[in-house]
Every structure is written in structure tokens, then in C-alpha cells.
Write a protein that binds this ligand. Structure first.
Ligand code: MV4
Length: 454
């Protein structure tokens, strides 16, 4: 096992990783930007090194600065958290060449899954269902029109180097397809440095179901069931839950088997997530694989009782996974609400500023992962996520009741947050019935606007 780890991240996830390390007897090194001097990850780590100015590009994304800190502190491993350098194959390679263990998958795993078209064909070859669409990158307009007419409209254009919803375009006919093609390519080139695009049949009102996996260096892998992440706004998840009301025992088994097949096919190592779209007829399709620990990992930790960060660290240290698939069980239901410093009334625009009053909820079945405290100033430089509120009940209804109660106790002033939105959501009839899809939020917010107009 490692004796010292550097955490190449900030905010709640840096704290989360420090907590796991402390419980494992591993010393921790925090890195921080000048904007984060007063952060709790700096305070709770055994050592802390300032690596640059506030902007992410000069600090948390600055590979030479991160590696220098790791060399100076003489750590054996780096945990990248999520975001920043977590899915940068180049960074994982540099760690390797410096004899520092990257706590995550191999650079090859990251690179393969980072290419969405390659991921799609690789998964198709090993028998995972994929959405009907192009077999390779689109070469020209004629080819695009031919494929679209073969599969039928609506279709969706995706960037091969994209993912997470960035650079997607929905087209309903030949005319919009022809014009969207050029702009999608230009956008992909500008955003990802790669103009490659491909086409899929567009699935309307799908659910976003993802399977958590763990795989060790010896080819042993387990899945930890699903999370339903359908409640999103502009590809930002706001609520996640496990289990999904749309997944029955049989479907759960199939999804788990498919996720493990994906993992075994590519020789995946570490914690990861295989994303699927579930259509209205309960057909599922492979979407992409996230080669990192995810924001919503506590939902799974809560229902299965497994510490995913500790597992990641053990796997990276070369330990075998000490879990048997048949012994992993879903206990009750868990729900996570993302508390962002955003103004819901103003198109969810970020609202940085100083927290004067803070009351965190507590009591049975309530977990809060946060780095904020009274007097903390939320920086405009980073993500607006300031807390994750997770509740655990015997069933979905109890988890919702606990969430309602915890949201009432949660006070953050004067900063605007998504708390009022979540309070409203917990009373939404469709949400309460579990009738959610990736369009749910758009519809709910639209209804609200229409209600105001009347
Ligand atoms: C789709 C789709 C419909 N049909 N692909 C968005 C994120 C990326 N992982 C894939 N995404 C989608 N791909 C086809 N062929 C709809 C979405 C999508 C979506 C997916 C999951 C969660 C929220 C979403 C919101 C809008 C669109």
C-alpha cells in the first residue's frame, strides 16, 4: 500500500479523497491555487503546496506544476478526482514515466474511451447493443445523407472527441442535416481539436442509466448496479438515484453483464462507469464509458456499502478486489441532490460570493459531501458545485422524504443555490412517480415559465 498520495484536485472531491486516505493510514499532499488558500482540502491534508494562480489552466490543469509538486513531496501516487486531469491520457502517461502511480485506469483505457466512435465500434464488436448509425467517421455530406435516410430521421450528430453532450446536434430532415454537418464539424474542431463526427438515430425521451464498475489488475471485475441520472439540465446532472425505478431485476442483470463485458474486452482497470441510454420500450444502448470516479459515486456507495475511493486506491496499489459479485446487494434506495451556487431564476447562472450563514442537515440517512463552511468565499474560477446532499432510505419514498426534510434544514445565505429548485422537485408529481427522462427538467422548467405568464 502507498504511504503518501497527492490529490490533484480541489473542492469536495479533494476532501473526500483525503478522508479515504486518512482512514487507510495514507499521508496526503494537497495542491492548491492562490484562490484556494483558505480551502479545507489545504487544511486537512498533511502537506499542501501552492501550484499557481487562480485559473485552472495555471494550477489544477498545469501538468508540469502538478508533477513538480508530486516530485517535491515525494509521493508514490496521484489521485486525480474528477474533471481537470482525470481523463487526460497524456497526464496518466507522464505519471507512469515519472514512476508515480496514477490512481485510475491505464492511458490506453482512457484514450480508447475518449474516442467516442472507437468506443462505439469496440463495444459493438464485443456484443453490446449500440444505437443504429454510422460505422465510421462521416467523410462527406453525401455519406451523411445516405446514412440518415437509411436509419430515418430524427438523427443526432456527435463529435468523436466529444462526450457528455458537448457538440451534439439533432436533425429532422435532409436540409437541417446538410447545414448542421458543417457547423458541427467546425464546433468539434474548435472545442476538441478534432473535426471528426458521426451520426446516430436520435432516441427521444431516453433515460440515462449508468453502471458502476470496479476492475483490478488481475482481470477480476464486479459491477455495483445502476444509477439513474436522467434529471439533467444542459448535460449537467442535478439529481441521481439508485436503484432506477425503470430497471427491474432482469434488466439489471443484463446491464451488469454488459458493463462487465465492456470492462473485460478492453482490459479496464480501476473504478469506471458504463453509460447506457434506455429508450421508452426499455431497450438499452451503450453510450460511452467514463474512465474516472464520478461526482455521483456516493449514491452507489450508499446502497451497496462499498467505499469506492478506497477500492480505487487499493486497485492502484496492486491489490486484488476482495468482492464477490453475488455478495454485492442493493440495500434500500439513495438519492443525491447537487447543490450548486447558481441562480435558478436566472437560467442557473453561477453565483459566486461569501457564505455568511451555513447550516448543514444531518440525522439518520443523511450524508453531505462539501468543502464549504461559514465565511467561505465561493470562487468564480471553478465549477459551481458546493455540496452534494445524499439520503438513504429503505425505499425510494423514504429517501425522498429524508431529502425533503434535509433540504428544509439546509441553509446557505446569502449565496443563491439550487436548494429551492430541489425542494420544488421533491414535490413534483412526475418525479415522485419516477416518471423521468432526460427531457423531464426542460419540461418542468418550461411549465414553470408558462405558469408565471398566465
Ligand atoms: C443521445 C440521445 C439521443 N439519441 N444519443 C447526451 C450526453 C451523451 N452521453 C449522450 N447524450 C445523448 N445522446 C442518441 N442517439 C440523447 C442524449 C441526451 C442525453 C443523454 C443522457 C442524459 C441527458 C441527455 C440530455 C439530452 C440528450
Amino acid at each position: 500500500m502507498f504511504s503518501k498520495i497527492l490529490i490533484a484536485n480541489r473542492g469536495e472531491i479533494a476532501l473526500r479523497i483525503i478522508r479515504a486516505c486518512k482512514e487507510m493510514g495514507i499521508r496526503t499532499v494537497a495542491i492548491y491555487s492562490q484562490a484556494d488558500r483558505d480551502s479545507l482540502h489545504v487544511r486537512f491534508a498533511d502537506e499542501a503546496i501552492c501550484i499557481g494562480q487562480a485559473s485552472a489552466s495555471s494550477s489544477y490543469l498545469n501538468i508540469p506544476a502538478v508533477i513538480s509538486a508530486a516530485e517535491i513531496a515525494d509521493v508514490e501516487a496521484i489521485h486525480p478526482g474528477y474533471g481537470f486531469l482525470a481523463e487526460n491520457p497524456h497526464f496518466a502517461e507522464i505519471c507512469e514515466s515519472c514512476k508515480i502511480t496514477f490512481i485510475g485506469p491505464t492511458p490506453e483505457n482512457i484514450r480508447l474511451m475518449g474516442d467516442k466512435m472507437l468506443a462505439r465500434t469496440t463495444m459493438h464488436k464485443c456484443g453490446l447493443p449500440i444505437i443504429e448509425g454510422s460505422a465510421s467517421i462521416i467523410k462527406n455530406k453525401e455519406e451523411a445523407l445516405k446514412i440518415a435516410n437509411k436509419i430515418g430521421y430524427p438523427v443526432i450528430i456527435k463529435a468523436a472527441a466529444g462526450g457528455g453532450g458537448k457538440g451534439m446536434r439533432i436533425c429532422h430532415n435532409d436540409i437541417t442535416l446538410a447545414s448542421s454537418l458543417m457547423t458541427a464539424q467546425a464546433e468539434a474542431e474548435a472545442n476538441f481539436g478534432n473535426p471528426s463526427i458521426y451520426i446516430e438515430k436520435y432516441i427521444e425521451n431516453p433515460r440515462h442509466i449508468e453502471i458502476q464498475v470496479l476492475a483490478d489488475k488481475y482481470g477480476h471485475a464486479v459491477h455495483l448496479f445502476e444509477r439513474d441520472c436522467s434529471i439533467q439540465r444542459r448535460h449537467q446532472k442535478l439529481v441521481e438515484e439508485s436503484p432506477s425505478v425503470a430497471v427491474d431485476h432482469k434488466l439489471r442483470k443484463r446491464l451488469g453483464e454488459m458493463a462487465l463485458r465492456a470492462v473485460k474486452t478492453i482490459g479496464y482497470v480501476s473504478a469506471g462507469t458504463v453509460e447506457f441510454l434506455l429508450d421508452q420500450n426499455n431497450n438499452f444502448y451503450f453510450m460511452e464509458m467514463n474512465t474516472r470516479i464520478q461526482v455521483e459515486h456516493p449514491v452507489t456507495e450508499t446502497v451497496v456499502g462499498i467505499d469506492l475511493i478506497k477500492e480505487q486506491i487499493r486497485i492502484a496499489a496492486g491489490e486484488k478486489i476482495n468482492l464477490k459479485q453475488e455478495e454485492i446487494k442493493i440495500n434500500g434506495a439513495a438519492l443525491e441532490c447537487r447543490i450548486n451556487a447558481e441562480d435558478v431564476e436566472n437560467d442557473f447562472s453561477p453565483c459566486p460570493g461569501k457564505i455568511e450563514t451555513l447550516n448543514l442537515p444531518g440525522g439518520p440517512g443523511v450524508r453531505v459531501d462539501t468543502h464549504v463552511y461559514p465565511g467561505y468565499t465561493i470562487s468564480p474560477y471553478y465549477d459551481s458545485l458546493i455540496a452534494k446532499l445524499i439520503t438513504h432510505g429503505r425505499d425510494r419514498n423514504e429517501a425522498i422524504q429524508k431529502m425533503k426534510r434535509a433540504l428544509e434544514e439546509f441553509i446557505i445565505e446569502p449565496v443563491k443555490t439550487t436548494i429551492p429548485f430541489h425542494r420544488q422537485l421533491m414535490n413534483n408529481a412526475l418525479f415522485l412517480r419516477g416518471e423521468i427522462s432526460t427531457h423531464f427538467l426542460q419540461d418542468m422548467l418550461k411549465e414553470k415559465i408558462e405558469a408565471e405568464v398566465q
